[in-house]
Design a protein around this ligand. Sequence first.
Ligand code: OGA
Ligand code: NI
Length: 350
Amino acid sequence: MDIVSLSKGVPEMAINGDEPPPPPYVFNKQSIFGSIDVSPPYGPFPVIDISLFSPPSSSADVHNELEKLRSALISARCFQVIGHGISSSFLDKVRELGKQFFELPMEEKQKYARPTNQVEGYGSNMIVSENQVLDWSDRLSLSVFPEDTRNFHYWPQNPSGFREMLNEYAKEVKSVEQTLYKAIAKSLNLEENSFLKMVGERAPVRARFNFYPRCSRPDLVLGVKPHSDTGGITILLQDKDVEGLQVRIDGNWFKIAIIPDALVINLGDQMQIMSNGIFKSPLHRVVTNPEKLRMSVAVVSEAEVDKEIGAVDELVNEERPRLYKNVKNFGAVVYESYQKEQIALDTITA
Ligand code: OGA
Ligand code: NI
């Protein structure tokens, strides 16, 4: 398998029928994260109604929902949110236009191709090491905030309406993200802006459209390998019909159910650092499907690159000493540790 044939991209191979997956995609069954089980049990992931965090909720309702949030983050690691105010029809439109983009001819998609060693644009795997097992997915990654960092030459003009959709969706999701940063702080009895101040007003936010073509061997190939997200909060819109996302809790994999209008929330490594390890970034992966393609949209927020992040002062005490060193540009730490096959958080323990 040479780079030329890989550059065909995953979907083209899948469209060619049910050929066995090329070797670089075959996931090692001996992985420390367990073998692939396409259908483990559903996990205990709670559904949080974030409309309860705004007026006119009673303080008892707010208190209950914050407690539910805190215990969800500690035990289940991951949860879904409803009451976010984004309409069901608009969520369908986001999914539909996303899918339409990936279904365009390769030549059209290549107009937005991600340059080597850059994160923005359309492409499949970013090759960072020789032995890397490849993910069975295509992605379109776009910077959405701060607004003056938008690189419109990567924003598809086809399908029509895509740019307007993303502009609108980014705004909506940003508001959900702000609500969550505040609620998570309040759930720990912190001032509501504790995390927001640390990530900064110009915290970069990226939208990543993920496309998972059919795959003839879900037992051998993953849509996305086990990973934790590296930023603060990830807000994920799942496919409405096809499952695939799994989260690891205490050494076991669990499926995330589809709740059509809900958004799935994952905390990233930076949130683990800022919460002094009280909240952890869960390991998750995506399995493939032999019959149906799947698509999702992840919106990830990170701290400003030049801002030092570390545990919020109030969360460090004698019983709970500081777990991680303060760090700037955590993205670079992640990149380096990936190449050395290390876990990024393990490289910055205090
Ligand atoms: C991701 C991710 C899950 C999914 O984009 O980081 O974990 O369901 N996506 O696509
Ligand atoms: Ni992820």
